[in-house]
Design a protein around this ligand. Structure first.
Ligand code: NAD
Length: 330
């Protein structure tokens, strides 16, 4: 099938080309994102292969339908950036990679916790400059702390297991509880209890109308003073302005984020020589207790291999009229 990759990076080319020999799809890699401005580039293709910040709204779907696109292949798990109803009404299939190495994201969430807590990034810079002082690098033991997990699907479950390994008390909220996690010691609680009782809160639920701005002035107000908040899921789970107020008052003691509501204008690009116009992220970057990574939770070689093989398999299944096991339905 003729596949147009949008937002394509060098690693997409490397991994998809490597695993395409079994499938023989015709792959074209475009650096631009897919959105209303770039959608005319879809002419002549059967498939658009998109990533987290491509915008596949009603307008884009109308044009790709007119251009003969039959499949939207998400090379990620989340699908909040696709208007599923519009795709369905135009008969366009949407497929995704529901599970690729959930450990990659779970382990990144742990990396954010450990870095914020033990300040290894600051210690590294000090030592490089010949400064061996440990003043102001005090951390806290994770052992015995209460960790709240919101969303215990694949990534959240992996995260729970790691935190249990640290000797933490792990409590969780999900609309569906996992018996397997209860068996190994995770306690399910109400959302309010998770907010009120946790020293660390990590978000692993999808972004949807029920979870948008789950973390806001009111929920932050319920949290323990000095709480550590970790978000590797989707930026709009947090009302960033409210989080900034929480940081300024000291209510939020640490914030670690791999995702940001307005990340589409920033992430995955080298903006080091450009004046950043987004004052909200500029304010966030200025806090000594905020750690931001640019959506790289998924970025391990194991995950990239799985993303490529599952996406190419999804397209071959469509081509050969097989059941689309990874179809996203509205
Ligand atoms: P999953 O579908 O396996 O798990 C999501 C869990 O959230 C499910 O158990 C579901 O019941 C629960 N949930 C749904 N609505 C909820 C609500 N209102 N409150 C609490 N829980 C709710 O998904 P996953 O693979 O674990 O991925 C979780 C999220 O991680 C994805 O939606 C995506 O946004 C994000 N993600 C980020 C990266 C990254 O690189 N940072 C990579 C992959 C996925």
């Amino acid at each position: 099938m003729k596949v147009a990759f949008f937002s394509a990076k060098s690693y997409d080319k490397e991994y998809f080309n490597k695993f395409n020999s079994d499938h023989q799809h015709d792959l074209t890699f475009l650096e631009v994102p897919l959105n209303a401005q770039t959608v005319s580039l879809t002419t002549g293709f059967d498939v658009v292969c998109v990533f987290v910040n491509d915008v596949i709204n009603q307008k884009v779907i109308d044009v790709i339908h007119a251009n003969g696109i039959k499949v939207i292949a998400l090379r990620c798990a989340g699908f909040n950036n696709v208007d599923l109803k519009a795709a369905k009404s135009r008969g366009i299939k949407v497929v995704r990679v529901p599970a690729y190495s959930p450990e990659s994201v779970a382990e990144h969430a742990v990396a954010l916790i450990l870095t914020l807590n033990r300040k290894t990034h600051k210690a590294y810079n000090r030592v490089r400059e010949g400064n061996f002082s440990i003043e102001n690098l005090t951390g806290f033991n994770l052992f015995g702390k209460t960790v709240g997990v919101i969303g215990t699907g694949l990534i959240g479950a992996s995260f729970c297991k790691i935190m249990l390994g640290f000797g933490c008390k792990v409590q969780a909220y999900d609309i569906r509880e996992s018996e397997e996690l209860v068996q190994i010691g995770v306690q399910y609680k109400s959302l309010d209890e998770v907010f009120r009782e946790s020293e660390i809160i990590s978000l692993h639920c999808p972004l949807n109308p029920h979870t948008a701005y789950l973390i806001n002035q009111e929920s932050i107000g319920k949290m323990k003073d000095g709480v550590m908040l970790i978000n590797t899921s989707r930026g709009a789970l947090i009302n960033t302005q409210d989080a900034i107020e929480g940081l300024k008052s000291g209510k939020i003691g640490f914030l670690g984020i791999d995702v940001y509501e307005q990340e589409a204008d920033l992430f995955f690009q080298d903006l080091s020589e450009i004046v950043i116009q987004d004052d909200v992220i500029a304010r966030l970057i200025s806090f000594p207790n905020v750690l931001i990574t640019g959506h790289l939770g998924f970025f391990t070689k194991e995950a990239l291999e799985e993303i490529a093989t599952i996406t190419l398999g999804n397209l071959s299944d469509f081509e050969h009229d097989k059941e689309l096991v990874n179809e996203v339905k509205s």
